[in-house]
Write a protein that binds this ligand. Structure first.
Ligand code: H2B
Length: 96
């Protein structure tokens, strides 16, 4: 079972992910990505999808042409866990 991060661990983790913001009214983080075109956005989504399967941890996301909005939260614990932090770090690298 995945555990929720403590308030302190969450604060420290989010400090390492400056591009992500907390979602209003929900324990989740969100980041919006803008790519050159749909091909680049879909390539990014493919890399993230493969990693999500490896981690058994999946994003909530919304794609319109070259933008992708990614929301991360751990449904199994109803909040943010280490898995969200690890996937967010992977996603940041996959977008570069
Ligand atoms: N992804 C996310 N974001 N949160 C979860 O709690 C979660 C998941 N749980 N992917 C996994 C799958 C779980 O439902 C399966 C059965 O392992």
């Amino acid at each position: 079972m995945v555990e929720k991060l403590s308030a302190d661990a969450r604060r420290r983790a989010l400090a390492s992910l400056p591009e992500w913001t907390l979602v209003d009214g929900r324990e989740a983080i969100v980041r919006r990505f803008k790519f050159a075109n749909f091909n680049a956005a879909w390539g990014f989504m493919s890399r993230v999808a493969l990693q999500a399967e490896r981690m058994d941890h999946h994003p909530e996301w919304f794609n319109v042409y070259s933008t992708v909005e990614v929301t991360l939260s751990t449904h199994d614990c109803g909040g943010l866990s280490e898995k969200d932090i690890a996937l967010a770090a992977f996603i940041d690298a996959a977008a570069r």
